[in-house]
Design a protein around this ligand. Sequence first.
Ligand code: FES
Length: 84
Amino acid sequence: PFTAKCLKSGKTVEVEEGQSLLQALLDAGVPMDYSCEGGVCGTCIVPLVSGEVEHLDEFLMDDEKETNMITCVSRGVGEIEIDV
Ligand code: FES
């Protein structure tokens, strides 16, 4: 499990094992666009502000991973901050 603090919406979501960050955000009422839910289309991208992320997508280039994450497949470690 990990925690995502959402700076724009002011929400903090807990993401359990077996649940995606995307799903946790949608459940919390954070408006999110998405399509493939498989880490390839890039629609569910969010700006990453701080924290360590395990990037599991096939979309981001290495130099984009410092400041972005793909919420349908990638996971935070501990606590992360995203700008949604
Ligand atoms: Fe396609 Fe997340 S919805 S990459």
